[in-house]
Design a protein around this ligand. Structure first.
Ligand SMILES: *Cc1c(COP(=O)(O)O)cnc(C)c1O
Length: 672
């Protein structure tokens, strides 16, 4: 089914409509694996649009395309990050209910009391929402730095009621600490915060003891252990002897001895470990739990008044929906995770006759990833033209003739050989051209024929069960480029820095067959600003199936933007880590963010956080907008005086310049 170019596609419009009718939304579901990674929040409706069900299977859903269109009517430009706070609430509930079930199942005498690690996504709306949803579960916060500690202390309301003395929700204080950090964490106890200072490095203990003595406040202490279990997650250095944080067993013992010597062993309440993020393989968690549980019971036996076991983060997200131990996936579910944690510590405590601890986990990714959807539009496409030349000239060089014959002769039994021939002929032709033996017209025919061969071969391979490796690359070689209104450096930093995969798919037209295979190119001028790895059932695929980008009938003129039918893509599960690690490469700034909340009758826009204007982005790199504008004014006055520009032109230039400064850094669609 070789549809040659956009023009040909127009001619074949009727045929296309028929084809579309042969494509079902089930086929889209399978192709994009949406139930694998999206269940229960994302699905496809009968109109072929993505629907979002923020409460999962407990009802209430919205049509994502309709939402995007209504947001555009509110002058919110693309790209757009949409946050569903109800998904956040649902994730939190699920995590708590999985632990509750595990605790019931194993008749575990302790409880579960999680914390949210702020570093995963520090945005105020999100942290505040989590604190709010977390109230029934006494969910707390984890800080990994001084600024995060400041967020935690002011966001989580402390309790000073007489019975409790301190809030039950915990604040876990991790990361590098200085005097100010420690003093703040200790004094926060006076407000009613239950802030546990985790000793991450051996030298911290002396400071803590010193400052707490000065203040006359007894600290709540934890120790982060360096486990020998091998992590397989994203930050592989989180465990093992050379890990950045944590204490080795001899160092832990030294801390215990020191605390005992100063009569403070009763302050040690918590054992913490963190094996890394996105742990795909449940065996890593099981093993870490065995090791940590033993350390825990031994600490209790040494006389520490142990009360908490903090199992850190690592609970993974199934980005590719394959349910495997592939890095973008996980071979377990949240319930398995909770079961394994509860079972391991239960067994160790029973054997050693030690009181069962309150369990803490610091799941960031698993709580925050699902709630954000990044929606962006396609700006244009670039396809490889693969129509063979209409006719060869009699005088065309023999190499052109040879390639023509090669093209004619391609069939399912010789396609591999034909491919090698085509590659070789093209290379020879280029040498001939470089030495002046081939005209520009001939070279153009060679390239056309070469791509025509590739296309013909590709069409054959798509029907083969087995395709030789050297021919497999053709799919990638022939992929179209879809230019998207987005900076991957700003909005999907892990996709280029860590090769993290995110599910990407169109949010509409899912009842039409996607007939293009494409890679995505972003707005930056950086050649890394692209996405060419996509989720697949096995491994990773190099192109994404997309629909034709429809251009209006008026081919003669440049189409007006409003005549182009928008084509929207969604990148899903981007709520964890992407926002804060994004950078200003090429000065594309923060994007527009909207918060959507479900209501009994539908949904409402809770808040809008406008993306950066050029003004703001320029000020991050120390430019002053007024100053820039003033200079432009001076230059245009000079050009005006020298008669190089008319007054109208100079006014127009300054007006555009001034207006741009106030605008979003991404492409604005206000017509050409
Ligand atoms: C990053 C981090 C987490 C969060 O990990 P997730 O895999 O996102 O759940 C938890 N604890 C510590 C100490 C971390 O550094």
């Amino acid at each position: 089914m070789g549809l040659e170019s956009l023009l040909d596609e127009k001619k074949e419009g009727k045929k296309l409509k028929k084809l579309a009718a042969n494509w079902s939304i089930e086929e889209s579901e399978n192709l994009y694996r949406i139930s694998g990674w999206g269940d229960p929040y994302f699905a496809i409706n009968a109109a072929g649009h993505i629907t979002v069900s923020p409460h999962g299977d407990r009802g209430g859903s919205l049509d994502l395309l309709e939402l995007v269109e209504s947001l555009r009517k509110r002058k919110l430009g693309m790209p757009l990050l949409i946050r569903f706070s109800d998904i956040l609430a649902d994730r939190l509930e699920r995590l708590n209910s999985c632990f509750a079930k595990a605790i019931a199942r194993y008749k575990y005498p302790g409880t579960y009391q999680g914390v949210y690690p702020i570093k995963c996504n520090q945005q105020r709306h999100l942290v505040e929402a989590l604190v709010n949803y977390g109230k029934p579960y006494q969910f707390g916060l984890e800080a990994g730095s001084k600024p995060e500690l400041m967020i935690a202390l002011a966001t989580l309301p402390p309790q000073l009621d007489r019975n409790e003395k301190a809030s039950r929700s915990l604040i876990i204080c991790n990361g590098y600490k200085d005097r100010e950090y420690l003093e703040t964490a200790l004094l926060a106890k006076r407000l009613g915060h239950r802030a546990i200072i985790v000793i991450d490095q051996p030298r911290e203990l002396d400071w803590i003891l010193h400052i707490s003595q000065q203040l006359g406040i007894k600290p709540l202490l934890g120790i982060r252990a360096k486990l020998s279990t091998k992590g397989e997650g994203q930050d592989r250095t989180a465990v093992g002897d050379r890990a950045k944080f944590g204490l080795t067993v001899p160092e832990i013992l030294a801390v215990v001895n020191r605390l005992e010597a100063v009569d403070r062993l009763d302050c040690l309440k918590l054992l913490h470990f963190h094996v890394g993020s996105q742990i795909s393989n449940i065996t890593v968690i099981k093993e870490a739990m065995r090791e940590a549980s033993q350390i825990y019971v031994q600490l209790a036996k040494l006389g520490a008044k142990m009360r908490y076991l903090n199992v850190g983060g690592g609970l993974a997200v199934d980005y590719d929906g394959s349910n495997t131990n592939f890095p973008a996936s996980k071979n377990y579910n949240m319930q398995n995770y909770a079961n394994d944690i509860v079972a391991a510590i239960q067994e160790a405590c029973e054997q050693a006759n030690v009181n069962a601890p309150t369990l803490i986990s610091e799941s960031g990714r698993a709580i925050a990833a699902h709630q954000s959807v990044l929606v962006f539009d396609v700006l244009g496409t670039n396809h490889i033209r693969h129509t063979p030349p209409e006719a060869l000239g009699k005088k065309d060089h023999t190499i052109v003739q040879n390639l023509w014959e090669a093209y004619q002769g391609i069939n399912p039994s010789n396609y591999q050989e034909a491919y090698h021939d085509a590659v070789q002929l093209k290379e020879e032709a280029i040498s001939l051209f470089n030495f002046g033996y081939l005209s520009l017209t001939e070279r153009a025919k060679v390239e056309q024929l070469y791509w025509a061969c590739c296309r013909k071969i590709l069409n054959i391979t798509r029907n083969q069960d087995f395709v030789p490796e050297d021919v497999q690359d053709l799919e990638k070689l022939m992929a179209s480029i879809y230019y998207v209104n987005l900076s991957v450096f700003q909005s999907a930093p892990e996709s280029w820095s860590l090769n993290q995969l995110f599910p990407i798919m169109p949010i509409h037209r899912l009842n039409e067959e996607p007939r293009q295979r494409a890679i995505l190119a972003d707005l930056t001028c950086d050649s890394d600003g692209k996405i060419d790895r996509f989720i697949d059932l096995r491994d990773v695929k190099s192109c994404l199936e997309l629909h034709d980008f429809r251009i209006p009938e008026t081919h003669a003129k440049t189409p007006k933007t409003e005549e182009i039918e928008p084509y929207y893509l969604g990148m899903f599960l981007v709520g964890a880590y992407q926002e804060i690690m994004g950078n200003l490469h090429n000065l594309f700034g923060d994007i527009n963010v909207v918060h959507i909340a479900m209501t009994p009758h539908g949904y409402q826009i809770e808040s809008v956080v406008k993306g950066d204007t050029m003004n703001e982005v320029l000020s991050y790199v120390q430019y002053d907008a007024e100053d820039l504008l003033e200079r432009m004014r001076r230059y245009s006055e000079k050009a005006l005086a020298d008669d190089h520009i008319t007054l109208e032109e100079s006014q127009r230039l300054l007006q555009d310049y001034e207006q741009s400064l106030r605008r979003y850094t991404y492409l604005v669609d206000d017509g050409l």
